[in-house]
Write a protein that binds this ligand. Structure first.
Ligand code: ATP
Ligand code: MG
Length: 356
């Protein structure tokens, strides 16, 4: 900041410096006889002008310097026109003209650089906006799909003869919680655009895992996958945003379900566990799915990277930015003997009490 202000101040006094220099050169040139090549110093004025003028301004300054040189010659008292004087004036005029030409080139380069820089900034904004739009679409898609599924299930239970009211009520309950989750995600995005930081509270990671598993129970059952949950007791709370962390666990579980479904045969298992490791809580999601080929392991966390026909490639990119904003890390390894394993860490704060 301080440096920028200094640079700004230096730039703002340049026109005054140029005027003072021009005046000094003009006076010196007028009072000295024609044989002294004082006007050559006008080149410095032209070079100064590049710093604060556009192309047209530089041309005007160059032309002005040439006019002043000629005017000085006319005004010089008792001027004696000698061969040396004419040569010196000509050399000075050539120096001013060639400096102006070079200054114009510099000015053009400068304008081209500005144009390229602003184009780059625009591209960066478009990419960020694209990623933001894609991540909103990605995160809202899951609760919307769940709303449609639970709404249909609710209708079916009601249309059954006789209507199965307890099941219909359960489906309606899930529908309400999916809708409120979609609402929470939208509220988060609204906060993001308003530059409000996510709402961080003391959370129990095990609660996040349990509440997320409820959301994908149906998919797990339909895919005939056996889900093992192993949650460590006595984990300290972490400071975080419940909806965001739930999104991460959900993205990992959905990826694992999809990976297992893509695997033609073999065991169909997903394990999710929590544990304490030094100063961090570790959450791990392991599956027996198709696994990740070593050549794409580096790229799976990049936005828009997907190997699925209907994938957006945003799940892991969003998850990584959420975990990093919580001070943690997320990574993938191969699961032995088959499948993939995703882990993320969350730092624990000394301020938290031990809770189960
Ligand atoms: N558990 C997993 N097993 C195997 N490959 C995985 C697993 N999780 C992620 N991948 C690979 O990483 C890629 C990126 O995953 P990511 O969740 O970011 O996007 P996606 O699942 O393809 O699409 P979407 O944005 O809809 O989630 C996947 O396309 C897949 O190739
Ligand atoms: Mg995904």
């Amino acid at each position: 900041m301080a440096r920028q202000n200094l640079v700004g101040t230096a730039e703002s006094i340049l026109p005054a410096v140029a005027i003072a220099l021009t005046t000094a050169i003009f006076i010196a040139d007028t009072v000295t006889d024609l044989e002294i090549a004082v006007p050559a110093f006008y080149s410095a004025v032209v070079l100064l002008a590049v710093r604060f003028c556009q192309k047209r301004g530089v041309v005007l300054v160059g032309a002005g310097c040439i006019m002043l040189t000629l005017l000085s010659d006319v005004l010089t008292p008792d001027a004696v026109v000698t061969e040396t004087g004419v040569i010196n004036t000509t050399v000075s005029l050539l120096a001013i003209a060639s400096t102006t030409y070079l200054a114009l080139k510099i000015s053009e380069e400068k304008e081209a650089t500005y144009a390229a820089r602003s184009q780059l900034a625009h591209i960066a904004r478009v990419i960020t906006l694209g990623e933001l739009t894609a991540s909103i679409a990605h995160e809202v898609n899951q609760p919307l799909a769940a709303i449609a599924i639970n709404g249909n299930a609710c209708l079916q239970w009601l249309e059954a003869l006789p209507p199965n009211l307890p099941e219909a009520r359960r489906a309606a309950g899930r529908l309400v919680s999916d809708a409120s989750r979609a609402g929470d995600i939208i509220a988060q995005v609204r906060n993001l655009t308003r530059n409000v930081s996510p709402e961080k509270k003391w959370l129990l990671v095990n609660d996040i895992v349990r509440s997320t598993v409820v959301l994908i129970e149906r998919e797990i059952q339909e895919s005939q996958i056996s889900l093992q949950i192993e949650l460590a007791d006595q984990l300290p709370p972490v400071l975080g945003d419940h909806v965001q962390l739930q999104q991460v666990v959900l993205n990992l579980l959905l990826n694992s379900i999809e990976a297992v479904n893509m695997s033609p045969q073999g065991p169909r298992k997903i394990d999710i566990s929590s544990s304490l490791n030094n100063e961090e809580i570790l959450i791990s999601v392991r599956d027996t799915g198709v696994g990740i080929a070593p050549e794409i392991r580096e790229r799976i966390f990049s936005a828009f990277f997907t190997t699925k026909r209907s994938g957006m490639g945003m799940g892991l990119a969003v998850s990584r930015s959420i975990i990093e904003s919580h001070g943690g890390q997320i990574w993938a390894t191969a699961n032995s003997p088959l499948g993939a394993s995703f882990q993320f860490s969350l730092p624990i704060d000394d301020g938290g009490d031990i809770a189960s």
